[in-house]
Design a protein. Structure first.
Length: 235
């Protein structure tokens, strides 16, 4: 049973079950925090995530997600020192967890929740990968903005020929809102790129050549990144 937007109980449908099987927001956050190979217990993970993200976080979500990651063999409980609190179980990332995280980190992200987590760990990437991924994200946004601009021009043209019943062309303003958001996001990505370019190399230095992904998808991704040099946009 799930609760809908109106607070009513209903039977979970296929989409509910599908979404519940998808990685949660803290899934890759936990893997990323453990990616350096050091062990941490949940309290350490929560505290470090709060520090890195500047966000409040529910520790219960981290406890639940760690249990799931253990069952998926992405992390594993480690030995607790004799004088440590037995309730604080230290966790270590597994090679499978490293492959999962590296593959995720090397994929371009939409500027939504997953991007926020990606940005927290972007300094783990090699400089080349940082630039290429940000350029791919920028190219996607730029293309969307150009498409919306053309569509808005057509909507305004239709509005002049066929005025809206209430005299307000809502679709044109909705598209203008998204175009304004895209413009701000493009500026943000450019600023982020400048900041990341100033960072020293990470000890991990995750790159396509080092990422332990499956052979087929790894070869495809390596080829994709090696050939995708995006043109600069002046407009």
């Amino acid at each position: 049973m799930v609760i809908d937007l109106y607070g009513r109980f209903r039977v979970a449908n296929l989409e509910d079950r599908k979404s519940s099987s998808q990685p949660t927001m803290v899934y890759h956050a936990i893997l990323g925090l453990l990616r350096d190979g050091r062990t941490r217990h949940v309290y350490d993970l929560v505290r470090e995530y709060r520090t890195r993200s500047g966000r409040p976080v529910n520790a219960g979500n981290f406890y639940r997600e760690c249990s799931k990651l253990v069952s998926q063999k992405l992390i594993t409980p480690d030995d607790n020192p004799p004088d440590a609190d037995p309730r604080r179980i230290p966790y270590r990332i597994t090679p499978t967890g490293c492959r999962d995280f590296d593959s995720w980190l090397l994929e371009p992200k939409p500027l939504q929740a997953s991007f926020d987590n990606w940005m927290i760990f972007a300094d783990m990437l090699s400089r080349t990968e940082r630039v290429e991924l940000l350029d791919q994200m920028r190219e996607t946004l730029w293309t969307e903005g150009k498409s919306l601009g053309s569509e808005r021009d057509r909507a305004l043209s239709r509005g002049r020929r066929l005025p809206e019943p209430h005299g307000f062309n809502a679709s044109a303003f909705l598209m203008l809102r998204r175009i304004t958001q895209i413009t701000a996001e493009l500026e943000f990505l450019q600023e982020l790129r400048r900041e990341l370019e100033r960072l020293p190399p990470s000890p991990l230095n995750i790159s396509v050549s080092r990422a332990a992904v499956s052979s087929s998808s790894g070869e495809e991704r390596s080829s994709q990144y090696a050939t995708s040099r995006l043109p600069s946009r002046k407009d």
